[in-house]
Every structure is written in structure tokens, then in C-alpha cells.
Write a protein that binds this ligand. Structure first.
Ligand SMILES: Cc1ncc(COP(=O)(O)O)c(C=O)c1O
Ligand SMILES: N[C@@H](CCOP(=O)(O)O)C(=O)O
Length: 457
């Protein structure tokens, strides 16, 4: 399996190289040259999550890992997910199911990919003896999952940038309380898009990139996306592999893009529905064809407070028929505020994705409604998903909404909706008592580079 950049000017890589690279050297994102068709869709029901993961991930890793290495990595990764089913599917209403992706150590869907790629990074780094510096940008969940997965791993330093004052207290403490020496939490002045833009600045400075062995674990990293494909397969297998719809609370477009790969591999996904909060650039883009960056508005679903949605570049690349020059041009226009999607590409995107947007009030109301109807307490991101999904239910077609985080990570929003603060699970006891370690940083690439050079171990 070979991986190519969406901008067409970076070296073609194998899986391990693409994983260790993160962003391509031309600023683009890696994609497989072709998506492998999956054989044996009908044989998955009844298999463990780990068995399905092995079958789904294997075609993407090529000869980068032996079967034993991959199987071992999968087993160790998913041992950390507490639920026996790993990603249980529960019924919210007849025909509407919730895919619970919050039973990992940091209570968000990010654990599914981050735990696995940490294992794969460790194998690859032990083999090569290479030392790397992971830098990540987070609106809250990627950072905590990355810190949890990579803390204490030899040959790795982890620097996580989060927007100061714009993540929940639980998310912040998950990033600032681990005492591992290789972990560095950085509170950046600005919002998530600033953090992500600075991250890309670091990658695009090739001298710095090579000097520190820069690696990325955001969903710009193809390996993250691959791991997120698996739960579309397990959900579809539980529902008998008949045509179904998925609604995905969306920000950086990694999770829903993984759904489009599952579909390309053969999972009978009829509609993939993008659910956004008031930061609705994706909904506006799919509705109007205009991808125009607005101001990031803080919301009660802060992990989706994103306007520049990285993985949309991958979707655009396919919508433009793999025309890397066109993507490069669009990404140049994006620097000046946005671009118009061509009619042909917009039609191709609309064949892949529907979209909906939910206001703050609707999100609160949905947390309340679902609690009243089912007893389930949703996190605000999952509530955005459920609210959009409910507008798209069709008789006879199962709908799966991804529940992307545990309600206890966002107690203020949940309390506003239903008057209770969900308890954190026992493994997080003491989170509010531990000392925090965090460095305030300006939204400035040079300041970040100096800090990273000074701090890496
Ligand atoms: C809880 C939660 N829900 C949804 C999302 C959106 O996922 P994606 O960025 O893959 O679109 C995020 C952040 O990525 C998140 O942390
Ligand atoms: N919501 C994310 C934003 C980054 O997403 P990623 O999937 O690209 O890592 C977060 O919680 O940090």
C-alpha cells in the first residue's frame, strides 16, 4: 500500500513512513493510492472488536508491521477500553442507535485511534532507534488522549497545544496533571484553529521539522483515520450489514472521513451526515459550495469549535478526482479566507455527505429530551449528533449516531440541561486535586519552536 499527498509534491510513502511523518512535506495530507475492498463483510458479526480491527487495519499497513506486531498492538491498545464490547451500540429509539465511543481511558473517541497508534509508534521507534517530537493541536480531546497514550514512551516527547480558556476543566486537567517527564501541556493564546495553524507552521519549517524529528498525532496523520474506520464496521456488523445511515458530530472531519473510507471498502453506508455546532463552516460549505472561514465562536461543545477543518482537504482531493494542483490552489486561497468549490466537486461531495447544524439551545434541549426518553445522559457533542440525526431518520433505515465523548467531561453543559453533574469514572478519582503543569505560550510559531527546542528531553 502506497500513500500519496493531497498536494502531489511530497514523496510517496509506505504506511510506517506516512504514520511517522504526520503532515506531508508539501503541506498536504497523506491518502492511500487506492482504498482496498474488504472481503468477508458477512463474517464479522460475533467477532471481537480486536478481531475486526485486525481485519480492517491489516490491508492498510502493508509490510510495515508483521501480523504478530499488529495483532499485539491491537490487543494492548484495546485492553485499555473498559467496555467488553469496546464500542457498544445502544438503541436510543426504534431505528436510532448510539455508538458509544467513550469507554476509553480519557472518555472520548480519540482513545480508539490514539491507543493503537501509540503502540505502532513504539514498535517502529524501537526498531529504528529514532527519537521523535510529537506536537499536537487540540480543542480538548485529542490532547488528553495523546498524552494518555504516549506518556512515558521512550524516544518520544509530546507537546500539546490547547486554546487557553477554551477547553473544559476536565479536559484541561487531563492534559496538565500527568507528571510524565516527556509530556508538555501548552496553553496557547487563541482558539483551536490558531493551534492547528501553528502546528502546520512547524511542519512546514523543514529545518526545524528534521532537527526535532517532528511527528503529528492529529487526524492529519493517516494512521489516526485508519484506526477510526474500525467502529463503522463493528456497528454495521451488529446491525446485520444492511443499508444504514451514520451521523457524526464533526469538527476536523477526521471521524466522518473514516466513515467514508469504511463505505469505500464496502460497508453499506447510505448516508454520512455531518453534524456541526454553531461553528458550521462544513454545513455552510456543503449547502452553498462556499468554504469561507468565520470567527470561531466558543460553544458548549468546545471540541467542535473549529473552522478550518483539516481532513476536508482529503475529501476535496477525492471530489476533485485526485487533482493535486487544484487542491494546492484551494489551500492557497484558504490562507486568504476561503474558496469556492467547483460545481462538479460539490456534487461529488454531496453524493458522499449530508449536513446539519445545531444551535446551543437545541443542543441543551436534546440532552434533556434524550435523558427524559431513555435515561441516557449525552455529552454536548453527541447531542449535536443526535439532534441532526433526528432530522434525517427514515423508516426502515437504521441510523447510527456516534457518541464521541462521555458526559462527565462537560459537566457544566450537562448541568445546564438536566441539572446534574455526571460522575467521572473511578480511574479519574483525584483529577481535581492533582497539581497542574502547564506553560502559557503566545500564538507564535517562533516562540513555540524555541520552547520545544529548550524543553525536549
Ligand atoms: C467529543 C468530540 N466530538 C466530535 C469531534 C469532532 O471530530 P472530528 O474532528 O474528527 O470531526 C471532536 C474533536 O475532534 C470531539 O472531541
Ligand atoms: N476535536 C479535536 C480537534 C483535533 O482533532 P483531530 O482529530 O484532528 O486530532 C480535539 O479534541 O482536539
Amino acid at each position: 500500500m502506497r500513500y500519496v499527498s493531497t498536494r502531489g509534491q511530497a514523496p510517496v510513502l509506505n504506511f510506517e513512513q506516512a504514520m511517522l511523518s504526520g503532515l506531508a512535506r508539501d503541506g498536504g495530507l497523506y491518502l492511500p493510492e487506492t482504498v482496498p475492498a474488504f472481503s468477508g463483510l458477512g463474517e464479522l458479526d460475533g467477532l471481537s472488536y480486536q478481531d475486526v480491527a485486525f481485519r480492517v487495519v491489516r490491508p492498510f499497513t502493508g509490510d510495515s508491521f508483521t501480523d504478530d506486531e499488529l495483532r499485539g498492538a491491537i490487543d494492548r491498545a484495546y485492553d485499555r477500553i473498559s467496555h467488553a464490547a469496546k464500542a457498544p451500540l445502544v438503541q436510543l429509539a426504534p431505528g436510532h442507535h448510539l455508538l458509544e465511543l467513550f469507554h476509553g481511558p480519557t472518555l472520548a473517541f480519540k482513545d480508539f485511534a490514539m491507543q493503537l497508534i501509540a503502540q505502532l509508534f513504539e514498535i517502529a521507534l524501537k526498531r529504528s532507534g529514532q527519537r521523535i517530537t510529537i506536537v499536537g493541536a487540540t480543542s480538548g480531546d485529542t490532547g488528553s488522549a495523546a498524552i494518555e497514550a504516549f506518556r512515558g514512551i521512550d524516544n518520544v516527547d509530546v507537546f500539546i497545544m490547547f486554546p487557553h480558556g477554551r477547553v473544559s476543566e476536565v479536559q484541561r486537567r487531563q492534559m496538565t496533571t500527568p507528571d510524565a517527564e516527556n509530556v508538555h501541556a501548552l496553553a496557547v493564546t487563541g482558539h483551536f484553529d490558531d493551534c492547528q495553524a501553528r502546528l502546520k507552521d512547524l511542519f512546514n519549517d523543514h529545518v526545524f521539522r528534521d532537527q526535532v524529528g517532528l511527528a503529528g498525532v492529529n487526524s492529519i496523520n493517516w494512521a489516526r483515520v485508519v484506526a477510526q474506520i474500525v467502529y463503522y464496521f463493528t456497528a454495521a456488523a451488529s446491525l446485520g450489514m444492511r443499508p444504514m445511515d451514520f451521523t457524526v458530530p464533526t469538527g476536523n472531519f477526521g471521524d466522518i472521513f473514516a466513515g467514508s473510507i469504511a463505505r469505500a471498502m464496502g460497508v453499506p453506508i447510505r448516508r454520512l451526515i455531518v453534524a456541526t455546532n454553531q461553528n458550521d463552516i462544513l454545513h455552510r460549505a456543503l449547502s452553498s459550495g462556499e468554504y469561507r472561514v468565520g470567527t470561531v465562536e466558543p460553544s458548549i461543545s468546545p471540541s467542535m469549535d473549529i473552522q478550518v477543518s483539516s481532513n476536508f482537504e482529503r475529501a476535496l482531493y477525492w471530489a476533485y478526482g485526485g487533482d493535486a494542483a487544484a487542491i494546492t490552489q484551494l489551500m492557497d486561497e484558504l490562507k486568504a479566507g476561503g474558496f469556492s468549490i467547483s460545481q462538479g466537486a460539490l456534487e461529488a461531495l454531496r453524493e458522499q455527505y449530508l449536513s446539519g447544524r445545531v444551535s446551543e439551545e437545541e443542543t441543551i434541549a436534546m440532552i434533556r429530551t434524550v435523558r427524559e426518553e431513555t435515561g441516557q445522559v449525552l455529552c454536548p457533542h453527541s447531542a449535536v449528533g443526535v439532534a441532526v440525526a433526528r432530522k434525517h431518520l427514515e423508516p426502515g433505515i437504521p441510523m447510527v449516531t456516534l457518541a464521541t465523548a462521555h458526559a462527565a467531561k462537560f459537566p457544566d453543559a450537562v448541568e445546564r440541561a438536566v441539572g446534574l453533574r455526571p460522575a467521572l469514572p473511578p480511574h479519574m478519582d483525584g483529577l481535581f486535586d492533582l497539581p497542574e503543569r502547564v506553560t502559557r505560550v503566545e500564538n507564535d510559531a517562533e516562540a513555540l519552536k524555541s520552547l520545544i527546542l529548550e524543553r525536549r528531553t
